[in-house]
Design a protein around this ligand. Structure first.
Ligand SMILES: [Zn+2]
Length: 246
């Protein structure tokens, strides 16, 4: 009980720490920046209030039985590599993702920048499916299409591993071609890395695009499967017999 209370305190005290920093900064500036700091404080307070409220609703709605299996351990059915983009979330593809999806997220849904996490899902949790999900309007892919040489070094490092054919980020066709190419690159990497698991029939590697812009004209928010075990030909994807026919 004490431990829980302490954790809660730590979470709630973080904004207090931020506010203290802002207050010090405000002292050294004019009234205008003081007002800006006040607004920021209000903004953070509203965000935290929302998170605490939603978490409490979750606690109220899910009693001990909901977590009984989780406490024993996890047995996810899929390792999912997707983009950190806030517009992409698990509820779009799984009604009950808890304990079901081992999520790995980074900018540009890359395996190389989070390789250990992906390997853990495949080789330690033994998920039979590795799913790489790109998405429409991906900022990381768009950035990798242009000159990003002046961006912060850690971000640059994570963009350097995105290899795409597109050059014009204002051309949505080029962006989507590049989003698909990036997914295909990740699948190709996984097929090589996990060749033994795939060959033994223990793992399927799939790639798809979460299309919230409806670029494929299949409905806003559709997860379009574009690659199964390295095959990108729609006829071969269909012939793989993995996708539901209805
Ligand atoms: Zn993205």
């Amino acid at each position: 009980m004490y431990k829980l209370a302490k954790t809660c305190f730590a979470v709630l005290s973080l904004p207090a720490f931020l506010f203290a920093g802002q207050a010090l900064a405000a002292d050294a500036h004019d009234a205008h920046s003081s007002a800006a700091a006040g607004n920021e404080k209000e903004q953070i307070r509203a965000i935290v209030k929302n998170l605490v409220h939603d978490n409490q609703s979750f606690v109220n709605a899910n009693k001990a039985a909901h977590f009984a299996e989780h406490i024993k351990g996890q047995k996810p059915r899929a390792t999912v590599v997707t983009c950190s983009d806030s517009r992409v979330h698990t509820h779009a593809l799984d009604k009950d993702p808890e304990g079901d999806l081992f999520m790995v997220r980074d900018i540009g849904n890359q395996i190389t920048t989070a390789e250990g996490s992906v390997e853990y899902g495949v080789r330690h949790l033994h998920t039979p499916l590795l799913l790489v999900i790109g998405h429409s309007a991906c900022g990381a892919v768009k950035a990798a299409m242009g000159d990003y040489s002046s961006i912060e070094a850690p971000i640059k490092r994570e963009l350097d591993t995105i290899k795409v054919p597109g050059k014009n980020a204002d051309d949505n066709k080029e962006v989507m071609t590049s989003v698909e190419a990036n997914v295909n690159n990740q699948v190709a990497f996984a097929m090589e890395k996990f060749a033994a698991e795939v060959k033994a029939g223990k793992l399927a590697v799939m790639g798809g695009v979460y299309d919230f812009r409806n670029d494929y004209n299949l409905g806003h928010g559709k997860l379009v499967i574009t690659n199964i075990n390295g095959d990108t030909d729609p006829a071969k994807i269909k012939a793989a017999g993995i996708l539901p026919t209805k």
